[in-house]
Ligand binder design. Structure first.
Ligand code: KMH
Ligand code: ZN
Length: 276
């Protein structure tokens, strides 16, 4: 049996990357949409979306998301997964800004981090009552979450949420590996996480920094999917800045094809991730 198509997610903006680190970071709706369209051409089936204010500050403002979502959808058919993680220190209401978008502006998917981790020198705080509240709001919007796992216990937390009736299993997971202070980006960690998933789950790996492309390639060989982009990594090779998210997507697609994987279209990704 041949492997399923490989779903590439472009984590385009994030909350932490700055223009000082890379001049290629998209900030405005138009910049995001232009890069998203190029990502789609390069093989991305989905974008993981954060937004910024005009001066580059991270924001979860619904109107900024609406503008970015409209600009992206005017240009291409890439699936849009909005962040509910936002930036460290944001309140629950702030984080849920994009979950207020309905009708044609509704996102296709939203992230749900199911536990707390050290995040560099800060703490990405996700106590259980907050996680339940975000899960409830994602469910109320009628979309599916991507379970963001920065550490292994977060897989079990998703099972607890399923028992609470807030998440449907099997789910789709994203393993974020290599955040300083959290679980490292190693094949051993990845294998443990894959082995801990409930039957029928799908998964993506998002390696941070220099681990990004090697982890995306490893995932291709193991039947999983890859997330790349400027949120987590600004270099396409040692010391060479990616000239946009599209360049990281193109490199991930090349590596996945070399592992024998076909690249998923948004429609195929919709089916593989059970987005309905
Ligand atoms: N910016 C991080 C604190 C998500 O998008 O859901 C959280 C994050 C996760 O990026
Ligand atoms: Zn994010």
């Amino acid at each position: 049996m041949s492997a399923q198509p490989y779903v590439i997610t472009a984590a385009m903006v994030g909350a932490e990357t700055t223009r000082e680190q890379t001049p290629y970071l998209p900030i405005t709706a138009e910049e995001i949409a232009e890069d998203a369209a190029r990502c789609r051409e390069a093989g991305a089936a989905m974008v993981h979306l954060h937004v910024r204010t005009s001066d580059g500050k991270p924001s979860q403002d619904a109107e900024l998301f609406r503008a970015a979502i409209r600009a992206i959808r005017a240009r291409c058919d890439v699936l849009i997964q909005t962040s509910t993680g936002g930036a460290v220190g944001m309140t629950a209401d702030e984080r849920c800004g994009p979950l207020t978008l309905t009708g044609p502006d509704r996102p296709d998917m939203a992230t749900l981090t199911t536990g707390t981790v050290n995040f560099g020198d800060e703490v990405f705080s996700n106590p259980r009552p907050l996680v339940k509240e975000i899960a409830r709001r994602i469910r109320a919007l009628g979309i599916r979450p991507e379970i963001e796992c920065f550490d292994t216990g977060m897989i079990e937390q998703a099972e607890w949420l399923a028992k609470e009736g807030l998440v449907d299993l099997p789910a789709h997971y994203d393993f974020v590996l290599g955040v300083p202070g959290s679980l490292g980006a190693s094949e051993r960690a990845l294998d443990f996480m894959i082995g801990s998933l409930p039957p029928g789950s799908s998964w993506t790996v998002a390696g941070v920094g220099r681990h990004q492309l090697p982890m995306a390639e490893l995932a291709a060989g193991k039947g999983g999917n890859g997330r790349v982009g400027l949120e987590d990594n600004v270099y396409v090779s040692k010391g060479v800045l990616a000239k946009g998210n599209w360049e990281l997507v193109a490199e991930a697609a090349k590596r996945a094809r070399a592992k024998g994987r076909e690249i998923a279209t948004p429609q195929q990704a919709r089916e593989l991730l059970r987005l309905g």
